[in-house]
Design a binder for this molecule. Structure first.
Ligand code: FES
Length: 251
């Protein structure tokens, strides 16, 4: 059982928090690519690692992940207009490009250079495998772009979905690697019959159609000798998994 202090240490993930610094060292899957379906489409609000951000796509199709709030009076740019390679604030019309740089302040002459001094917080956002990935860490420590077997496949050969869980990342992760539930949950889910039980790491279960070997490492091996099926979950980062479920993948 964690102490209150230990729990605070591992679950606080805002800017500057130790765990926040760690999670910011990974590319994080934040949206399905289809949520920004076309150039100049409406921006999408994203709250990520305690930061309120906007994901959007400019006129040239460049992805942007910028501070949700205008640098002038703090209006939410979610209400702004996505037009001509920038997001324009609805209040006084300040306009920002995909890097967060202010490129226009209507009340100031362009030659004053005033807008050059204004820049919103922004992070890299890329598409890979039908998913939009954000990197929020130090630029000089940015890891390689996400590239996995399934991200290289054409869209016709993969299925990507998103699941929203109302909990902190540690609660989700704890449930995900909870090895003792593997001996129980499949039986409850599929009405399976427990055939054999190996105390240390795996159990054999039968779901009415096939025999499965279910291991603590999140591996199910179909063992009816006609066909073998391997079920694996990949850990992309300390707080992100991709689940393979037949032809389906979850992030
Ligand atoms: S609050 Fe955005 S331009 Fe003034």
């Amino acid at each position: 059982m964690l102490t209150r202090e230990q729990n605070e240490l591992v679950t606080r993930i805002g800017p500057g928090a130790p765990m926040g610094n760690l999670l910011r060292r990974y590319w994080i899957p934040i949206l399905l690519a289809e949520e920004l379906p076309e150039n100049e489409c409406p921006p999408v609000r994203v709250k990520l690692l305690s930061e309120r951000l906007l994901a959007w796509r400019d006129t040239q199709g460049r992805y942007a992940l910028t501070d949700e709030f205008c640098a002038h009076r703090g209006v939410s740019l979610w209400f702004g207009r996505n037009e001509e390679n920038g997001l324009r604030c609805p209040y006084h019309g300040w306009k920002y490009d995909y890097t967060g740089q202010c490129i226009e302040v209507p009340s100031e002459p362009q030659e004053s250079g005033f807008c050059n001094k204004i820049k919103l917080k922004s992070y890299p956002l890329v598409e890979s495998g039908g998913i939009l990935w954000a990197y929020m860490g130090p630029p000089e420590l940015k890891p390689p772009l996400p590239a996995f077997e399934w991200t290289e496949l054409p869209p016709t050969h993969r299925y990507v979905s998103k699941r929203w869980q109302e909990c902190n990342y540690l609660q989700a992760m704890e449930g995900g690697i909870d090895s003792s539930h593997y001996r129980c949950a499949p039986q409850c889910r599929a009405g399976a019959l427990l055939l054999a039980h190996h105390p240390m790491d795996h159990a054999l279960v039968h779901d009415g159609a096939a025999l499965w070997r279910q291991c603590a490492q999140r591996t199910c091996l179909r063992a009816d000798r006609r066909r073998e099926l391997l079920h694996l979950d990949f850990y992309l980062s300390p707080h992100t998994t991709v689940e393979r479920d037949g032809a389906r993948h979850h992030a």
